[in-house]
Design a protein around this ligand. Structure first.
Ligand code: NZQ
Ligand code: ZN
Length: 384
């Protein structure tokens, strides 16, 4: 375990009715930009609760943020925020709304070409509007981290960025807001949180006992609660555990002092940008391929995962085989297909993914940069 510094500045309000806490977190005199997506918050009652909590504050609305938020869309929001001179952003929705709003919160003050924010992974961001979030989809962890991912539709560039200034000031996590999620989004969320945990855990033994046990706890919770939330959409306890698991998976606590992989995400973002697959779908396809192709390098951790998470008791090699197979079967059991063919893609889809990574200067991926672009091709050939 390497030296580390850990600070998470996001204040979380978790549980039923917590939207009311917004009133204590946003100054009364603030002019609020309320951002949201395609309308789910209006259909499930979240919007009405948020408006009630905002009370007499001046509110300007910016809706229509799409899944995998478009840079082009968010620039319209930046124009609105500037014209209206808002001084607080309240993002209400899933990861796309929160991520797009984080970008907006920095772009408002940036005087250069806003694409530079993305290209520099937000290192040019020196000031942001304060941002709060009301999360309606447990998956990304954006509610308690400083990351944002936006896509420039015109050029098919889906790129992540991170800044300490992007942490929400506060986030409301009310599991009841997730009851209305369609099964596809619930399943995508379970897969996303699972793969976030794996990206920080499935590398090599690094003597971080707490981090390992914590990661295994998150994985086991997702395995237990994910299927329950699908089968019983209004089971509060399952929803609550699912939501907290997803937040813990990417709030930075699993990562401290530990190596990371992130190859499944690197490859997955290109699959979304090129072929429009959902983020969770890309991860369900790529992760089993990474595990199989880099089985030797990840062997010791795969074995630990097999024994502790899946309870595999056979010989070492049989246990590793079992763990990889059961990971794939778990995603499939949620209704998320784990092959490219499941999304209508074949071997001819692979070269463009590699080319995109080259264009984005992502020539090596994985822990220790062990995966080169030939490795990416081999991984994707395992995903057909
Ligand atoms: O747009 P609306 O109408 O709100 O509908 C959304 C959208 O169609 C719907 N939805 C959300 N909450 C709902 C609901 N429908 C019914 N009831 C509810 N309670 O779900 C659909 C998908 O929403 P989206 O926000 O796109 O999903 P998600 O939360 O999975 O976010 C995905 C985005 O986050 C990025 C992904 O790349 C992708 O762009 N990620 C962000 C990360 C981060 N900031 O740390 C890390 C992740 O690895 C990921 O890359
Ligand atoms: Zn993810």
């Amino acid at each position: 375990m390497d030296n580390f510094e850990y600070c998470n500045p996001t204040r979380v309000f978790f549980g039923k009715g917590q939207i009311a806490a917004i009133d204590t977190q946003i100054p009364r005199e603030a002019k609020v930009l309320l951002t949201y997506g395609g309308g789910s918050i209006k259909r499930n009652g979240t919007y009405a609760q948020v408006k009630a909590a905002l009370g007499g504050r001046k509110v300007v609305e910016f809706g229509g943020i799409e899944p995998n938020p478009a840079f082009e869309t968010m620039l319209k929001g930046v124009d609105l925020a500037r014209a209206e001179k808002v001084d607080f952003v309240l993002a209400v929705g899933g990861g796309s709304v929160v991520d797009g709003s984080k970008f907006l919160s920095g772009a408002v003050f940036y005087e250069g070409d806003p694409w530079e924010i993305v290209l520099t992974r937000a290192s040019v961001v020196k000031k942001t509007l304060p941002l709060g979030a009301v999360l309606t989809l447990p998956a990304t962890g954006t509610e308690m981290n400083g990351n944002a991912v936006v896509t420039r539709r015109a050029t098919k560039d889906k790129l992540g960025m991170a800044s300490p200034l992007f942490f929400p000031r506060f986030s409301v996590l009310d599991p009841e807001l997730t009851y209305s999620l369609p099964p596809r989004q619930i399943a995508n969320g379970v897969v996303d949180a699972f793969v976030h945990t794996m990206e920080q855990y499935m590398t090599y033994p690094a003597r971080g006992s707490v981090q390992d046990r914590f990661a295994e706890g998150v994985l086991l919770t997702l395995i237990e609660e994910g299927p329950k939330t699908l089968a019983h959409p209004t089971d509060y306890d399952s929803r609550a555990n699912m939501m907290w698991a997803a937040t813990m998976a990417l709030c930075g606590i699993l990562r401290v002092g530990m190596p990371g992989d992130w190859a499944s995400h690197g490859i997955g973002h290109e699959l979304t940008a090129l072929y429009g697959m959902d983020h969770g779908q890309t991860l369900a396809v790529v992760l089993p391929g990474v595990l199989a192709e880099y089985r030797a390098a990840k062997h010791d951790k795969l074995l630990q995962y097999a024994r502790r998470v899946w309870g595999e008791s056979g010989s070492d090699e049989a246990a590793v085989d079992g763990a990889i197979a059961r990971t794939r079967a778990f995603f499939e059991s949620l209704g998320v297909k784990t092959t490219l063919a499941g999304y209508g893609l074949g071997a001819d889809a692979i070269p463009a993914v590699v080319e995109q990574l080259r264009r984005h200067n992502r020539l090596t991926l994985g822990e220790g940069d062990m995966i080169d672009l030939d490795g990416v091709t081999r991984i994707l050939k395992r995903c057909l």
